[in-house]
Design a binder for this molecule. Structure first.
Ligand SMILES: Cc1ccc([C@@H]2N[C@@H](C)[C@@H](O)[C@H]2O)cc1
Length: 449
């Protein structure tokens, strides 16, 4: 393997308490909010078909007009407590908020630029009240930060001339200043979610980024930073030139999910997911497929079943309101989570063979196994294949533990659980398999033998 100065600094998962807490979250909330919420995907009566937070890149909206939107930013309905309550009721355990998206507009009062909330009619810090409100309800806050910054004169996508290099040095200092400023202003931040780090210019900054990551972790010990922040000696991100994960978890799953455990390479990871096909910021006219709560719950369960977390995106509008569609989804997901979160929080991958009816999760603490059934078989027979020496003598319905099941053995290590799908059930059901004591003895005896 290559000797790298700025490759992965750790092999395997982080095992400290802050990372343990992270991997047990299950469900998170992404919030994309900024000036792009004001046009909301339209300008001069024209519809913008791209992602609403990228409207500045659209020729239908001149940059100068976009860059003056800050003069209209005055979200009278912004209510961080209401947002936090809603996220709590949905069952989110962490929240990721855009402090600065690609447009460079800062939702906090930054010492290092005038392009921030203090120079808008609204005038106040947005990030601080959000951090406070979410901390107050026990939801951990992570700060999204885009390195790419279309507003800063020193930003470059690539470094070709001496001028580029000089300008970029200023940009790097500005970036470092803003990141340290964020950690200083919001010390309860549990981690940073970086975006906009694909540029060639940034990929040359292995040394700078590595030192900056070290500096940020010195400011907040245990700070969680994903695989999208720094490039290695050869400009590779996510995985270094030896194929080892950089950062504390894999951040590649944006609007997509792994199909198998192998695809996760056994790393920690989270999936960040839009409700429409591809809208992060507020778009007033969602076209195409909008995911239902059933689909989002299945993505959540699938993520947890493969040792990941699932982060659902919200895009508040220009007035600071959470749109009705997202409110409805939060309510429906929350209703399912109220009854079933035992199969989500603190749960992860179980190495039993995946079955068509849905997903297994396993509680990392108790060893309890959950069968989360999305695709009920017409004959009601849920097939289970177990490893050797596993007994299924305590199987019951999560919603009513008095409803127990005696699996029918149809083969060695192969069973049917006959579930009475007679009553109309419109949401995924969860069956619990408790590890029996003799199983533990068996394991021990197995080891003794
Ligand atoms: C090609 C591309 C660039 C940036 C993105 C940003 N990452 C997401 C998390 C959003 O912030 C989106 O604007 C998406 C696609």
């Amino acid at each position: 393997s290559l000797t790298l100065k700025h490759g992965a600094h750790r092999l395997g998962k982080r095992t400290d308490p802050m990372m343990e807490r992270w991997r047990n979250y299950g469900l998170g909330q992404f919030i994309h909010w900024g000036l792009y919420a004001i046009p909301g995907g339209h300008w001069n009566g024209a519809y913008y078909g791209g992602a609403a937070e990228w409207i500045r890149a659209w020729k239908g909206m001149p940059n100068e007009q976009y860059d003056n939107l800050y003069k209209e930013f005055d979200p009278a309905e912004f209510d961080p407590k209401a947002w936090a309550e809603q996220a709590k009721d949905m069952g989110a355990k962490y929240m990721i908020i855009t402090t600065k998206h690609h447009d460079g507009f800062c939702l906090w009062p930054s010492e290092f630029t005038d392009y921030d909330v203090t120079n808008t009619p609204y005038g106040n810090d947005i990030i601080g009240p959000l951090v406070e409100a979410y901390d107050a309800v026990g939801i951990d806050v992570y700060l999204y930060f885009s390195v790419m910054d279309w507003n800063h004169p020193g930003y470059r996508s690539k470094l070709e001339t001496i001028n580029d290099k000089e300008a970029y040095e200023e940009f790097k200092e500005f970036t470092r200043n803003q990141l340290l400023e964020l950690l200083e202003r919001y010390p309860t931040t549990k981690g940073l979610w970086f975006d906009g780090t694909w540029d060639a210019a940034w990929k040359e900054q292995a040394d700078f980024a590595d030192n900056l990551a070290t500096e940020m972790r010195e400011m907040i010990p245990g700070l969680i930073i994903g695989s999208r922040f720094r490039p290695d000696d050869y400009g590779n991100r996510h995985f270094d030139s030896n194929g080892d994960l950089m950062g504390d978890y894999e951040q590649g799953w944006e609007r997509k999910l792994p199909e198998t455990y192998e695809e996760t390479k056994g790393n920690d990871w989270d999936c960040v997911m839009t409700v429409p096909e591809n809208q992060w910021g507020y778009h007033s006219d969602w076209r195409g497929h909008v995911k239902t709560s059933y689909e989002l719950i299945e993505m959540l369960v699938k993520s947890v079943s493969l040792d990941g977390n699932f982060v659902m995106n919200f895009g508040p509008n220009g007035q600071g309101e959470i749109r009705q569609e997202e409110t409805q989804l939060a309510k429906e997901i929350g209703e399912w989570m109220d009854k079933n979160n035992e199969a989500i929080y603190g749960c992860g991958y179980l190495d039993w063979e995946k079955q068509d009816w849905g997903y297994y999760t396993k509680d990392r603490q108790t060893g309890k196994i959950y069968m989360i059934v999305f695709n009920r078989p017409l004959n009601g027979a849920l097939k289970i294949k177990t490893p050797d020496k596993v007994s299924l003598d305590k199987v019951y319905s999560l919603k009513d533990s008095s409803q127990s099941f005696v699996p029918e053995e149809i083969h060695k290590n192969e069973f049917f659980i006959h579930y009475p799908f007679s009553e109309h059930i419109d949401s995924p059901i969860v069956i619990v398999i408790e590890p029996s004591s003799n199983e533990i003895d068996q394991n021990n005896s197995y080891q003794k033998a």
